[in-house]
Design a protein around this ligand. Structure first.
Ligand code: CA
Length: 223
C-alpha cells in the first residue's frame, strides 16, 4: 500500500507557493496551500500533515510565531522554514525554536525536494541512493562528480544539478521550462538561453551524444 504524504505549504507569495506546490504534486505528494500565519497554524493543528513548508514572512502571524504555537500545542510535524538570505541569522534561532530545516530563497526545487524526502523518511527505510547511473555514465551525489568511460569529471553546481535532473529522468524529453524551474528555481527569465549554454558545456564534459536535442521540445538523456 502506498501512503501519500500530505504537505502543508504556508507561503504568501503566490508564485513561490505555486512553484513549490506544482513540484511537490509532480513528485506524488498531496499539498494544501495557506497564505497567512493564522491559517497556517489552524491547519497545522487541526489536520494531520506529514510535513509543513513554512515561510517566515507571513501576514497575520509570522513563521516563528506559527512554529512556536505549533510546538506549544504539541504538534510535532516536521517543519522546513523558507527564509530570505538576510534572515539567516534569525533562522538559525528558529531551528533552535523547533524547526527541522530551512531553505534560503531563492532555492532550486531539487534542493527542497531532497530535504522534504529526508524529513519524511522513516528511520527503518533503506538509505537514499547516492549514485545515479545511466549506461556508462554515473553521478555520485555526495562527491558531485560524474564518471564516464573516459574518466572522472568535475562539475560546477549548475552542471551537477542539470545532470542530476537528466539522470533522474532517463530517456524523457525535458522542456527548457522544466529544466529552468528545476535547476535555476523560480527566479529566472523563461526567455533565457541559459539552458542551451549549460547543455553545451555538459556535453563537452560527459560526451555530446548523451544529451540529445528533441527539436522544438527540449533535451533528453539518451544512450
Ligand atoms: Ca513571505
Amino acid at each position: 500500500m502506498t501512503v501519500v504524504s500530505r504537505i502543508l505549504i504556508a507561503e504568501d507569495e503566490q508564485r513561490i507557493a505555486s512553484f513549490v506546490e506544482k513540484g511537490l504534486r509532480a513528485n506524488g505528494f498531496a499539498t494544501s496551500v495557506v497564505t497567512d500565519g493564522n491559517a497556517a497554524l489552524a491547519s497545522a493543528v487541526a489536520e494531520s500533515f506529514d510535513l509543513v513548508v513554512l515561510d517566515l514572512g507571513l501576514p497575520g502571524r509570522d513563521g516563528f510565531d506559527v512554529l512556536r504555537a505549533m510546538r506549544h500545542a504539541q504538534v510535532q510535524t516536521p517543519v522546513i522554514i523558507l527564509t530570505a538570505r538576510d534572515e539567516v541569522g534569525d533562522t538559525v534561532a528558529g531551528l533552535e525554536g523547533g524547526a527541522d530545516d530551512y531553505m534560503t530563497k531563492p532555492f532550486r526545487f531539487e534542493e527542497l525536494l531532497a530535504r522534504v524526502r529526508l524529513r519524511l523518511r522513516s528511520p527503518e527505510r533503506p538509505s537514499e541512493i547516492t549514485v545515479l547511473r545511466h549506461e556508462e555514465l554515473s553521478l555520485d551525489l555526495r562527491t558531485r562528480r560524474a564518471r564516464t568511460p573516459k574518466g572522472t569529471v568535475d562539475l560546477t553546481a549548475r552542471e551537477f544539478a542539470l545532470l542530476e535532473l537528466f539522470l533522474r529522468h532517463p530517456g524523457q524529453v525535458l522542456s527548457r521550462e522544466q529544466i529552468l524551474s528545476h535547476v535555476w528555481g523560480y527566479d529566472f527569465d523563461p526567455g533565457s538561453n541559459v539552458v542551451d549554454v549549460y547543455v553545451r558545456t555538459l556535453r563537452r564534459k560527459v560526451g555530446a551524444e548523451r544529451i540529445q536535442t528533441a527539436r522544438g521540445m527540449g533535451y533528453r538523456l539518451g544512450s
